[in-house]
Ligand binder design. Sequence first.
Ligand code: GLN
Length: 188
Amino acid sequence: MKIGVLALQGSFAEHRAVLAALGVESAEVRLPNHLDRLDGLIIPGGESTTMGKLAVAYGLMDPLREFGARKPIWGTCAGAILLSKDARREQPLLGLMDIRVERNAFGPQAASFEADLDCPAVCNGSGPFRAVFIRAPVIEHAGSGVEVLARLEDGRIVAARQGRWLATSFHPELTGDARFHRYFIGLI
Ligand code: GLN
């Protein structure tokens, strides 16, 4: 198995480190042909407008959509925004997942925080997942085909899956807890 990590910008190296610790081969994706022979793709956190503009400049938007039509994609934070159909403003989106996101839903960078999440489908009774939110989005609407995987205590959705696509508002690559990575590998 080989998992690609979109490496235009953001925390791609951290995702690759988690995959390496799990013994999974990974590759950095910057150009369309880098998607060849991959089994899945992670779109990391970072800044979604910047990442989208770079993806347009490198001719990656349609190849990423075609990849997502066949293979699993997981978007974390800015990556979740790129996966969405609607971010309530003009910016390049892949438009794959039937979710509407609110960017920067918790305010500025300084309002970043951590929270323990209950995520039964992912954590399987192994305890809550400590999640790091950095200028994070929330999923403010999820379509009927979307399974909600985790919510904050106030009910806002922060992890969801639609078939082979996974979106998380937070950064599971930063805490040394590989349960979401294992869950994604399970989708592959
Ligand atoms: N605030 C960023 C955006 O809207 C996402 C932040 C992140 O990926 N940690 O694109």
